[in-house]
Write a protein that binds this ligand. Structure first.
Ligand SMILES: Cc1cc2nc3c(=O)[nH]c(=O)nc-3n(C[C@H](O)[C@H](O)[C@H](O)COP(=O)(O)O)c2cc1C
Length: 194
């Protein structure tokens, strides 16, 4: 398997607020994300590949957070979380986060991620991630049956110092794809489909 790109030197981030209807531009390609959560002073982090855009406005996202995960209880009780997109060079730390439980370890400390305060929710943002989305749980009807949470993005920001982000896409079995070249077909789209 091709190695992920080496970690660049730590840049000075240039944060820009992201219009909520544009959150889909980052999540629609299906990158592996890190979910930040917190409840009663305990924060956690988990890796997630099973998420989907559900609507642009309001900006709705769906995701599966297994009840076997410590994060499940934190998100369920607080009704909040953050969705953070890491670049591909974080792959080893992302795998680490996805292979232990926040009930036993402080994953921020162990894997070198920085918990930063969010503006609209109590869950932590992940400082190293170039997209940070603050979410509230707006529908829990599918949680009991499928561990499926419906979230609304209530604030998002993007680090514009990251020019051509390469993201991780999980294939199962310990294998990832990395995002590749971009191609544009805007001219072929009906205006209402863009
Ligand atoms: C790449 C990757 C993707 C994952 N995607 C999901 C997912 O979508 N939903 C889920 O419930 N668990 C997923 N997991 C598993 C959790 O991240 C893992 O169980 C984690 O250790 C849970 O942490 P917690 O117990 O602290 O919440 C994934 C793991 C990896 C490595």
């Amino acid at each position: 398997m091709a190695a992920a790109a080496p970690a660049p030197r730590r840049r000075t981030p240039r944060w820009t607020e992201c219009p909520l209807a544009e959150v889909r531009r980052y999540l629609e390609p299906g990158p592996v994300v890190l979910v930040g959560s917190a409840w009663k002073g305990r924060a956690d982090l988990m890796a997630m590949g099973w998420h989907t855009v559900m609507e642009f406005t309001p900006s709705l996202l769906g995701c599966v957070i297994s009840r076997a995960n410590h994060s499940h209880g934190l998100v369920r009780r607080s009704r909040e979380c953050t969705i953070n997109i890491p670049e591909a060079h974080w792959v080893d730390a992302v795998v680490g986060v996805g292979n232990c439980s926040g009930a036993e370890v402080d994953k921020f400390e162990r894997f070198g991620f920085t918990a930063e305060p969010a503006r609209e929710v109590g869950a932590p943002l992940v400082g190293e991630c170039f997209v940070q989305i603050e979410c509230r749980v707006v529908d829990t009807r599918l949680v009991n049956r499928y561990d499926f949470f419906v979230l609304e993005a209530v604030r998002a920001r993007v680090d514009r110092s990251v020019r051509r982000p390469q993201t991780l896409h999980y294939r199962g079995g310990g294998e990832f794809m990395l995002s590749g070249p971009h191609i544009g077909r805007r001219a072929l789209f009906a205006p209402g489909m863009l």
